[in-house]
Design a protein around this ligand. Structure first.
Ligand SMILES: *Cc1c(COP(=O)(O)O)cnc(C)c1O
Length: 370
């Protein structure tokens, strides 16, 4: 069987590029002609502008979202032997970052309604070695980080928000990325703010921590050729920063459009199709619009036959993957995350998706699902 042409893809790069193409090419030319290619004015300008969207003073542009998480952990002094709590149903990179600093990931099962970190499970998993918790604002649905911080109060345990899927989301009206001790964003091309290649950013309301993260990004340098501490190289390129600056002003409008698309799906999908609940206090930014279906794989294939693309985020809980077998987990340990992995289906979701396409997807799903 040849794979059918997807008329309605789950994400469409070209539709986003088209209206911005001339401006993007002009920005690229400006950088190439300037000859300033690494850590110059473009990166500074983008860092400041992105931080300002969160009401923060500063941010540190890095090479990707995985490094952003790792830089935060490294700057916070997390080391081999330390434990970092996160969820089994996140993207693998959350865990890659924990391993990059040599720490041990400890998984907490999720709330089956929201698919987000269950804060009671967090409380049960805290031990003497716990140094940080990484709540993941999965799909753009905001974790109640304020409550998490309340329950960690006095423990010295740091909270690092994984905002890779949540540009534009808020929790109790505060932007995600401002709620923890540090926060990591990804600009992977499909994210709510996508670069033309890899990109990431790490930030914190704490100026001292930002300064440490800035050093970690660049070999530990405070000034040229002198390492104040150990570091790595994970720079955001001038070129990517300049192109991200073209897109950044559109982010609020794009997130609003994602919300409108989600609301349209909500209205059109039959009530019996199970949704992922919006978390309490969350102003969702809908990086993904996800439903739960018992016969997910069958429905997915039938939608593809009709030219409708879908995604699965994610098909395997991380503790069950061969690459993490060394952690010694067994099937059945994380029942909610395991059930979600079998049932979640991400519908087409990007700002340029047309209302008529949303209607077509909803009608197809209504006809196919149960
Ligand atoms: C995309 C993503 C990351 C990693 O971002 P990269 O830029 O691809 O390294 C981390 N966490 C989550 C939840 C993600 O979705």
């Amino acid at each position: 069987m040849t794979s059918p042409v997807l008329r309605i893809p789950v994400f469409d790069y070209k539709r986003q590029l088209a209206p911005l193409r001339d401006e993007v090419l002009r920005a690229a030319a400006r950088v190439l002609d300037s000859g300033s290619l690494i850590l110059g004015e473009e990166v500074k300008r983008f860092e400041t502008a992105f931080a300002a969207t969160l009401g923060l003073a500063e941010a540190v542009g890095v090479d990707n979202g995985t490094d952003a998480l790792a830089v935060a952990m490294w700057a916070l002094g997390i080391r081999p032997g330390d434990e970092v709590l996160t969820v089994p149903n996140t993207a693998v990179p959350t865990v890659s970052a924990i391993r990059m600093v040599g720490a041990t990931p400890v998984f907490c099962d999720v709330d089956p309604r929201t698919a987000l970190m269950d804060l009671d499970a967090v409380q049960r998993r805290i031990g003497v070695r716990t140094k940080a918790v990484v709540p993941v604002h999965l799909y753009g649905n905001a974790v109640d980080v304020a409550r998490l911080r309340d329950l960690l109060d006095g423990t010295g345990i740091a909270v690092i928000e994984d905002c890779a899927q949540a540009h534009g989301a808020r929790s109790f009206d505060k932007p995600v990325g401002t709620l923890g001790h540090a926060a990591a964003f990804s600009f992977y091309p499909t994210k709510n703010l996508g670069a033309f290649g890899d990109g990431g950013l790490v930030t914190s309301p704490d100026a001292r921590l930002v300064a440490e993260m800035r050093k970690v990004r660049l070999y530990g340098f405070e000034h040229s050729y002198y390492a104040e501490r150990e570091g790595i190289n994970t720079r955001l390129d001038e070129l990517h920063a300049a192109l991200l600056s073209v897109k950044l002003p559109h982010l609020p409008r794009w997130v609003e459009r994602r919300r409108a698309i989600a609301a349209r799906y909500e209205r059109q999908l039959r009530p019996r199709i199970r949704r992922i609940a919006v978390a309490e206090g969350s102003t969702h930014s809908y990086h993904l619009y996800v439903v739960r279906l018992a016969d997910r794989d069958k429905v997915r294939a039938a939608l593809a036959e009709r030219g409708i693309g879908t995604g699965i985020h994610y098909p395997h809980p991380i503790p069950t993957m061969r690459g993490y077998a060394f952690l010694g987990h067994k099937a059945g340990e994380f029942p909610h995350a395991e059930a979600l992995a079998k049932e979640v289906l991400s519908l087409p979701m990007f700002p340029e998706l047309l209302d008529a396409e949303v209607d077509e997807v909803a009608a197809a799903l209504n006809a196919l699902a149960g």
